[in-house]
Write a protein that binds this ligand. Structure first.
Ligand code: GLC
Length: 676
């Protein structure tokens, strides 16, 4: 195993790599020592590497594009963008790890760019045969990993495992968090909790958690509860807990700027917020309108924010989702004023000069559009960190503390919000009992919580997009992950929800979540709810097995989801499969992501059992029909109320009986499928 750390300049200290192996070598400031490609640190940082025609690139965590990332540009920048369309370059996470694999020579190497700001990865977009990685600053640490002793069949997996060891063990969610969870933007009252619970019960739909979105808060203020919606919050939570339902509230990054709000008053008094150059506090809008932003990079502010979760924990809550932590800025106080003035100026122009109308109306819409998540705003505020952490990122230093510009360390914000919560849970000995996941993330945050893939849409293509991101997220340590099943934005239909759920059966995070104003997409709102129950029952039957595989992946630094290419790199077809995944030690999944399909073509790299579960599988006999299929391509039928998955010929999978929640699963009554 070869592990090298190449340090250029004085990088910002990021605790993403926490275990540098004893056999690893460290180099400083010598671009020529880098083992592959060419590094240039003249004005900015640029790594360039030639690629062979058939070289493949894997990794980059949460990103658009394929499982093979080649052919696109990616901007590593935590971005609050709810439109996950083809051309997008950034999503909510920033995960700078990739593996280049050359199938012709069966060699691979991994690269990790430890850099907290924007990193551009041109994976053969500008020039088809070049991988170019660029950052503005030349203060960066780059890790190189190769394993020349690994067999061709395991070379990529071995590099990924080495990286995963270096970044530390992935977060393990509590067992109940493998259960099905129901969420919707709009849930915020006791009535919502009761309605969702009762409908699930009535329709025999298993359930383990109900989420509360921003409406449970009083005026969207973190760590408060709306007294009208939830007059006795603890009692409402207890009522759910008594039925084995967990209540999972949202926590947003921004805190309402309000001098009558005790949390905000404390934040101001203790100097825990991000500040602008003139020392005034950044005030930017999120849901509560103008908000202050905790300086999560400052350990004192982190501790303070983390301790606030106690307010909700004391009420019986044992799960949280951290949101808007890229951070999302709808507009800043300065930005909106500037835009308003510009609009007045432009409208005066339109009224006085006919010829320019067209372009001016474009300029007007751009002016409005550009106030959101503006780079200018990200460049306008600062964090306070220990001087020794800042490297060359410090803009000023005083009494052992350095000030750094947010734009330069942007990608660490959500990471440190997750860390704030997790460190508190750890300090009270409850980390492993509490569910925690986040929208924004950076490598390192995988030790503290999971991630969901943000605001997708009720689009068929977003089933596939999720599938493609799963293994890349796993490469970067994020194992507890999944997408908004059914799709967050737009209106879903019955078939689309069923197919989304059929993928969700296998993702550790299995949550139906949708946006305010969209069609209500709880399973019980559609016809023939027994079809939904059938899919959820399959999940519950598999939970002990899936949880075991998930825990093993965390403990052994392996991937829960893998591209077929990682397991069968010498199989030319498997190598390029973009719509199937290997799961754990024994399974392969091939979800359907097209409307009106009766089934799909599935490629089997080896002989496997094809298991089929339809809605009656959980009934009396509890048998899942299986058929041994030869290696090769098959058209496999699969109705919308069925889930088909594949088990290796030599493997057997334990199943328990379905139950209404994870607490009621009988773990002693096990049957087996596969090679029994
Ligand atoms: C963001 C989140 C979404 C949530 C909404 C309201 O868009 O990504 O999941 O429902 O905010 O809180």
């Amino acid at each position: 195993m070869t592990v090298e750390k190449h340090i250029f300049g004085k990088p910002f200290y990021i605790d993403s790599v926490i275990n540098f192996p004893p056999y690893g070598k460290t180099f400083t400031d010598e671009p020529k020592n880098f083992p592959v490609g060419k590094i240039d640190i003249q004005d900015d940082f640029k790594f360039t590497c030639k690629m062979n025609e058939d070289d493949m690139i894997f990794g980059l965590g949460e990103a658009m594009g394929g499982i093979n990332k080649r052919g696109r540009i990616y901007k590593s920048w935590c971005n609050d963008d709810p439109h996950h369309t083809e051309e997008k370059e950034s999503l909510y996470g920033a995960h700078n790890f990739l593996v280049v694999y050359s199938p012709s020579i069966q060699k691979a190497f991994g690269l990790y760019f430890d850099y907290p700001g924007m990193l551009e990865i041109d994976a053969g977009f500008t020039k088809i045969d070049e991988l170019v990685v660029h950052s503005e600053k030349t203060d960066i640490a780059v890790y190189f990993i190769a394993d020349d002793s690994a067999s061709p069949d395991s070379v990529v997996k071995s590099i990924v495992s080495e990286f995963r060891k270096m970044i530390g063990q992935s977060y393990i969610a509590p067992f109940w968090a493998m259960g099905f969870m129901q969420s919707r933007w709009g849930y915020g009252s006791e009535q919502d909790l009761v309605r969702v619970y009762e409908n699930h019960k009535k329709h025999n739909l298993p359930l383990d958690a109900i989420f509360l979105d921003i409406d449970y808060m009083d005026e969207f203020k973190d760590f408060t509860v709306n007294k009208e919606n939830l007059p006795n919050f603890a009692a409402a939570v207890k009522k759910m807990n008594d039925k084995n339902i967990h209540v999972v509230p949202i926590i947003d990054a921004g805190i309402k700027a309000d001098d009558t709000f005790d949390v905000d008053v404390e934040g101001v008094k203790n100097d825990f917020y991000c500040k602008k150059a003139d020392g005034s506090l950044l005030a930017a809008a999120v849901w509560p309108n103008l908000s202050h932003f905790p300086d999560f990079l400052n350990s004192d502010a982190r501790r303070w924010f983390g301790e606030k979760y106690k307010i909700l924990l004391d009420a019986g809550v044992d799960g949280f989702w951290n949101d808007m932590n890229e951070p999302a800025l709808f507009y800043s106080e300065d930005g909106i004023k500037e835009a308003a003035n510009k609009l007045i100026e432009l409208s005066n122009k339109v009224l006085s000069d006919d010829n320019t109308q067209d372009k001016i109306s474009w300029q007007m819409s751009d002016t409005i559009w550009n106030v959101k998540n503006a780079m200018k705003d990200y460049a306008s505020f600062y964090h306070t960190v220990d001087e020794k952490e800042a490297g060359n990122f410090a803009v000023s230093v005083k009494n052992g503390k350095a000030t750094v510009c947010h734009k330069d360390v942007h990608n660490l914000y959500g990471f440190n919000m997750t860390k704030a919560a997790s460190e508190y849970f750890d300090s009270i000995g409850k980390k492993s009992d509490i569910l925690l996941f986040s929208r924004a993330s950076f490598i390192g945050a995988h030790r503290y919580g999971g991630v969901w893939t943000g605001d997708n849409n009720s689009w068929w293509s977003h089933i596939l997009l999720c599938l493609k991101m799963l293994p890349s997220l796993n490469m970067c340590g994020f194992l507890y992950t999944g997408c908004d099943l059914g799709g967050f934005g737009c209106n879903t239909n019955r078939e689309l929800l069923l197919r989304f759920l059929a993928l969700g059966v296998f993702t550790p995070l299995m949550r139906n979540h949708s946006a305010l104003g969209t069609r209500e997409q709880e399973c019980y709102n559609f016809e023939n709810t027994e079809d939904f129950a059938g899919i959820l029952n399959l999940r519950y039957r598999l939970i002990p097995y899936l949880y075991d595989q998930y825990k093993k992946a965390s403990e052994n630094n392996t991937m829960y989801f893998r591209p077929l290419a990682f397991d069968y790199p010498t199989d030319k077809i498997a190598l390029r499969i973009e719509d199937q995944l290997m799961l754990g030690e024994d399974l392969m999944i091939a979800p359907i992501y097209e409307a009106n399909a009766k089934g799909r073509f599935v490629y089997l790299p080896e002989e496997m059992y094809c298991l089929r579960s339809s809605h009656n599988h959980g009934s009396e006999e509890g048998i899942i029909p299986q058929e041994l299929l030869k290696a090769g391509t098959h058209f496999v039928e699969c109705a919308p109320n069925e889930v088909v998955f594949f088990v290796k010929k030599t493997s057997r999978i334990p199943l328990v009986d379905a139950a209404e929640n994870t607490k009621s699963l009988d773990l002693n009554k096990v049957t087996f499928v596969g090679a029994v």
